[in-house]
Write a protein that binds this ligand. Structure first.
Ligand SMILES: C[S@@+](CC[C@H](N)C(=O)[O-])C[C@H]1O[C@@H](n2cnc3c(N)ncnc32)[C@H](O)[C@@H]1O
Length: 254
């Protein structure tokens, strides 16, 4: 099973079906950003604290990692950052190019895998922005190691990811507010039986994977990062009323 090829196709389809994480920012958002009024999401509802970014983004080299969709990249470009967006879905990257063309912004887009940043030299970026997306790959330690390698000393990796506990429940029932423990952690779509797949998945859904906090936070520390910030965020679902679904971290390369 080629997870990357499978999820590329599914994310291309998500663009067609209007998944909110594929809808680009409006001209108003870019106009506001140019006036210094801006906010971006690593998770679903809480904007990233302003203090997690450098005082000015003008001229910094910023990598949006698995960050296509025309959402954060254009805002960073409007603030003067030199933006590169890497994503596995050409349709998601086309969103960034659409906004760049519409707004007269420069954004470099690269189709690639978040686990393999070998096209970038060591210490190429000042900031890496990595919104919730590592649930779409089965191994995340390489992501932290590669992010560490391509970041400059003193640079920061801002990452959003899912709380693994959210994967315990039957997805369809959880949408109706019925929380039935069904899945063993770590969750891996590939382990679902055909019956479970039919019951819990839409045909156009990407494969998903849960990751332990040991792999999420321990993995960043093991790669060499120093944790400098953390917050939790909620999801607009019935489960969101019971537990924070997301975690965001700020990690520094010392
Ligand atoms: C929820 S979207 C995140 C982007 C969005 N701008 C946001 O604010 O969250 C998840 C993204 O991860 C990308 N993705 C999935 N697997 C990937 C992989 N192996 N390497 C790079 N990107 C991947 C998808 O194509 C999709 O654009």
């Amino acid at each position: 099973m080629d997870i990357r090829a499978y999820n590329r196709d599914k994310w291309n389809k998500q663009v067609e079906s209007g998944n909110p994480w594929t809808v680009p920012v409006s001209p108003e958002v870019i106009a506001e950003a140019k006036l210094g009024r801006w906010g971006v999401l690593l998770t679903e509802t809480k904007p990233v604290p302003r203090g997690w970014f450098p005082a000015s983004l003008a001229g910094i080299d910023l990598l949006g990692l698995a960050c296509g969709g025309g959402q954060q990249g254009p805002v960073f470009a409007a603030l003067g950052a030199r933006v590169t967006i890497l994503d596995n879905s050409p349709r998601q990257l086309a969103r960034d190019q659409e906004v760049a063309a519409r707004e007269g912004l420069a954004i470099t887009t690269v189709e690639g895998d978040m686990r393999d940043l070998s096209i970038f030299a060591d210490e190429s970026f000042d900031l890496i922005f990595h919104p919730v997306s590592n649930c779409f790959i089965h191994e995340i330690r390489p992501v932290w190691q590669e992010a560490y390698r391509v970041l400059r000393r003193g640079g920061a990796l801002l990452a959003g990811f899912n709380n693994p506990a959210a994967y315990l429940f039957d997805w369809r029932k959880a949408e109706q507010g019925i929380f039935e423990v069904r899945h063993k952690l770590p969750f891996d779509s590939r382990n679902l039986t055909p019956e479970e797949l039919a019951a819990e998945y839409d045909p156009d859904d990407p494969w998903e994977f849960s990751h332990s906090l040991e792999d999420q936070i321990g993995g960043q520390l093991e790669a060499g990062f120093r944790l400098a910030g953390l917050y939790e965020d909620t999801q607009n679902t019935p489960l969101g009323a019971y537990m924070p679904h997301y975690i965001a971290t700020r990690a520094i390369k010392p």
